[in-house]
Structures are given as structure tokens and as C-alpha cells.
Write a protein that binds this ligand. Structure first.
Ligand code: ATP
Length: 468
């Protein structure tokens, strides 16, 4: 997706200096006064505006900046102007239903936003006194999520997984579920992902009829690291606007936050900083915290977030993955082993965790059923090697029952998705939490022992008597 011609600035910029060096996306600018960090500077070429963001003060009169547009055509000696502010995006109530780039310019072929205001993408987080805690549990209709990784208003959920295990599919199912089951609006940040995926998502949202309640901000794989580094903040700025000014309940979805870290790492090397652990930027944890701390709910509106996190080489100990993990309430871990067995969504029920899985938040019944399911699945995992070597006959009666029920529970927690209906040929299902709890209770107590594993696979609710 290419960046369209930049629009004319809203404020008249004042000259601040001269471009002295340009190396790919890095510019060294000689200034008559030092602009603050994060200030947006610009140059004009053929009546188009090229934006830069200040990243380093080199000495008393030189700064290093990163371009937010392509750098071809820029040359030494060009006059650089100060826009007077950090990067800002136009905000307006009619931003919903639009597909924008990081500057708030349309990528959907529509008219530019008629801005009622401009907001800086570097807004500081709200004071803690204005933040409110997490709210009620939101049902997604996805069995394994509602049961083991509950989704809470104002909470932060991460979907972790290596390449191709189903993060994007699960994110799209979330958007589908939450836009049909709940009131509210969604802001989608497409960070550094494939351009094809962006187009598909846009069309699917339009077909599903959820576009009027959704705002999408894209900075995709082909764009400069400066853009990929800022697209999450730009989308978050719109989410804050919807929360603070329009008092909406916002679902903030980011696919993929790992690409934000990757772009930060590229920017860091371009600025000549020494890499830190595993080659990541030394500022990794600060950059993640600056973004995560802005995802807050207030008395006026809530921001609930879902973030897809690419796990490099399926290694959950990766420093970038850990930096994100620390900020989340719920971590849904997608496993390649589950996907390999055709268990979709490929959620690993034992590795996934939620701070909200307690009696106080969910109630004693939900908590005990969830624990019962995890205990069965965990015992099954422990016994798997023994079963492979010696067969089921060597198990005690109790273990035999646990394994049979765990295998059925594992299949019961699969579910056909609306998002994948076009390629699986199975219509999606949404299962109320009450049904999921009742069915799991029936599995644990042995009431569903008569069902075959086939009867449990890719079904919705089992109706209390085992009939889908
Ligand atoms: N719930 C599901 N039901 C059926 N198939 C699925 C499901 N989830 C994922 N898949 C299959 O896995 C493929 C990859 O899924 P997806 O694009 O969501 O992975 P990803 O983790 O986002 O990958 P990447 O990191 O490469 O972007 C899908 O095209 C689909 O074939």
C-alpha cells in the first residue's frame, strides 16, 4: 500500500536548517536552533511534503532524524522546516469506517478527513488518578478463550505464536465476535504485516458489515522503518480520541506488535546505537512501556486491547516477547503442535494464562471448571509418553478416564470460525459461556462419556445431552 501525496501542512512551518546528509531513511540536519526530540520537521520537493522525526541531538547544531516518507529525491542543501509540533493526526467523528495511513490520510480512496482537531501521536499516558481498573468479563463466544483466557473490558490480551499458527485468524474472529455481540468501536493497527493481509482484512470487514464501527490505520511491510515504528502510536491516538472525546468503548487491535519492536530495532541501528540482548535495541522495554501505558480505560470510556505477537522461532524466551508479556492481563499462546493436530484455534491450554482466572473475577463455578479442564489436560500430557510406549491398557482406571475425557475436551475446545468459513466450508459458531461451562462440567463428571471424539470435534454447544 503506497503513501499518497502528502497534504499541505496546516501550520506554516518555519525554516530551521539544512539537510547535510541523507543515508536511506536517516537524515542529518544542520539547525539554527535545536528542535526537541520527536519534533516533526519537513522538506518540500515538487510541492510534496516529506516529513522527518527528530531522534537524536548530535551536538549543539546538528540532529539526526528519520524520514517518514521515501527518501528518494531528497538531497544535501535542501531547506528543512519545523512544523512546530510532533507528528499529529487529524481527528474527527467521521474517522470511523475509514482506512488511513500514519498521517491520517485516506488509503481507501475516500475524501480526506475533515479534521475537527489534531492530536499528537506522542501524547503522554494519562495520570494514574484518571485510570480505572478492568471491568466485566466480555464473552467472545470462542469456547477456549471464554473458559481459560477470559477477555475483560479494559484488559490487555496478547495472542502469541510463531509464523502461520493462526494469530491473524483469531484476531479477525475477535473483531467479528465483539462487533456483533457487543456495542463499541474497533481501531485496528496494521503494523508491518503483509500488504495482501491488509487488503483481505479490509474487504472481509466490509463484507461482514463491521466497517462502519471500525477505523483502520496501516503502515505495512513495504514502508520505511520510521513509519512502521509510528503506526501503532498513530492508531492508538485515534483510540484515545474515541475514548476521550466521543466516550466510546474501544477495542484496540494490533497486528502485529512484534513488528513495532522490529521497526524500533531498525531505527536504533540506523541511529548507530549499540544493540543489546539478542541484537534488540537498548531502548526495547521503554518503547514497549510507552505504548502499553497509554492503553488505559477512564471514567469516560474504555480501551480494551488485543495484540498479536509474532514469536521468533517459536521461542517464548525471546526478549521482545517477554517485554510485551509483562504488560498483559491475558496471554493466549498458540502452539504449532496443536495446529499440527488440526486443533484450531491452536490455543495451548496449559501454557496460556490469565491474571483474571480467579474465583473473585469469574466466580467459583467458572474457576473450578477451568481448573478441572486444565488438570485433565495436564495429566493427559504427563501420560502421553507412557501411552505411546505401553498403550492405554497399562493405565489405572482413574488415569484411563482422565485421558479419555481429556482427549474429548481437547476436541470440544476446537470450534469452526466465521472467519475461516469460506475455506473450511463449515459455518462459524458462537457458543455462550454458560453452554461452554455446562458442557465442560458434563465432560468432567462423565455425563458425556458416551460421546465419541468425532462427536466433539469442531462443534459448537453440545446442548447438555451431548447433541450438537
Ligand atoms: N481457526 C482456524 N481454523 C481453520 N484454519 C485455521 C485457523 N487458524 C488458522 N488456520 C490456518 O492457518 C493459516 C495461517 O493462519 P494465520 O494467517 O492467522 O497465521 P499467523 O499466525 O497470523 O501467521 P503469520 O505470523 O505468518 O502472519 C490460515 O490461513 C488457515 O489455513
Amino acid at each position: 500500500m503506497s503513501i499518497p501525496a502528502a497534504t499541505e501542512p496546516t501550520l506554516s512551518p518555519v525554516p530551521i536548517g539544512t539537510l547535510t546528509e541523507i543515508h536511506g531513511p536517516v537524515a542529518i540536519i544542520s539547525c539554527n536552533r535545536l528542535p526537541p526530540l520527536h519534533q516533526a520537521l519537513c522538506a518540500y520537493l515538487d510541492h510534496e511534503r516529506y516529513l522527518f522525526e527528530v531522534h537524536q541531538h548530535l551536538d549543539d547544531h546538528r540532529i539526526r532524524a528519520i524520514t517518514l516518507h521515501r527518501s528518494s529525491g531528497l538531497s544535501r542543501g535542501m531547506t528543512i522546516y519545523d512544523t512546530g509540533t510532533p507528528l499529529q493526526v487529524p481527528v474527527a467523528p467521521n474517522c470511523l469506517g475509514r482506512l488511513l495511513n500514519i498521517f491520517g490520510e485516506p488509503l481507501d480512496g475516500g475524501a480526506p478527513l475533515l479534521a475537527s482537531d489534531f492530536r499528537s501521536v506522542h501524547n503522554p499516558p494519562l495520570p494514574l488518578s484518571e485510570a480505572v481498573g478492568i471491568g466485566d468479563v466480555i464473552e467472545t463466544g470462542i469456547k477456549v478463550i471464554d473458559l481459560l483466557c477470559p477477555f475483560v473490558k479494559g484488559g490487555k490480551t496478547g495472542l502469541f505464536g510463531g509464523a502461520g499458527v493462526g494469530k491473524t485468524v483469531l484476531i479477525m474472529e475477535f473483531i467479528h465476535a465483539l462487533s456483533t455481540l457487543h456495542q463499541g468501536v474497533s481501531v485496528f493497527a496494521g503494523v508491518g504485516e503483509r500488504i495482501r493481509e491488509g487488503h483481505e482484512l479490509w474487504h472481509e470487514m466490509r463484507q461482514a458489515g463491521v466497517l462502519p464501527q471500525t477505523l483502520m490505520v496501516f503502515g505495512q511491510m513495504d514502508e520505511s522503518p520510521g513509519v512502521r515504528f509510528r503506526v501503532g502510536l498513530s492508531a492508538l491516538t485515534y483510540a484515545e480520541y474515541l475514548r476521550d472525546t466521543l466516550h466510546k468503548e474501544v477495542l484496540f487491535v494490533m497486528d502485529n506488535i512484534f513488528r513495532f519492536i522490529q521497526a524500533g530495532s531498525e531505527v536504533s541501528s540506523l541511529l548507530g546505537r549499540m544493540p543489546a540482548t539478542v541484537g534488540y535495541q537498548p531502548t526495547l522495554t521503554t518503547e514497549v512501556a510507552e505504548m502499553q501505558d497509554r492503553i488505559l480505560s477512564t471514567g469516560h470510556g474504555a480501551i480494551t486491547s488485543v495484540q498479536a505477537v509474532y514469536v521468533p522461532a517459536d521461542d517464548m524466551t525471546d526478549p521482545a516477547v517477554n517485554a510485551i508479556l509483562n504488560h498483559l492481563d491475558t496471554s493466549v499462546i498458540l502452539s504449532r503442535a496443536q495446529a499440527g493436530k488440526g486443533i484450531y484455534p491452536a490455543v495451548d491450554p496449559l501454557q496460556s494464562s490469565s491474571k483474571l482466572l480467579d474465583r473473585h473475577t469469574l466466580g467459583a463455578r467458572h474457576y473450578e471448571i477451568a481448573e478441572g479442564v486444565r488438570e485433565h489436560l495436564s495429566r493427559y500430557q504427563e501420560l502421553e509418553d507412557i501411552i505411546t510406549m505401553l498403550g492405554m491398557e497399562e493405565l489405572s482406571d482413574a488415569d484411563h478416564n482422565t485421558v479419555i475425557r481429556a482427549r474429548k475436551l481437547q476436541r470440544y475446545l476446537t470450534q469452526p470460525f466465521w472467519t475461516t468459513a469460506s475455506h473450511t466450508g463449515i459455518t462459524g459458531t458462537s457458543v455462550p459461556l454458560a453452554d461452554t461451562l455446562r458442557d465442560c462440567e458434563c465432560f468432567l463428571s462423565g455425563k458425556y462419556d458416551h460421546l465419541s471424539e468425532e462427536d466433539c470435534y469442531m462443534r459448537g454447544s453440545l446442548g447438555g445431552d451431548g447433541v450438537a
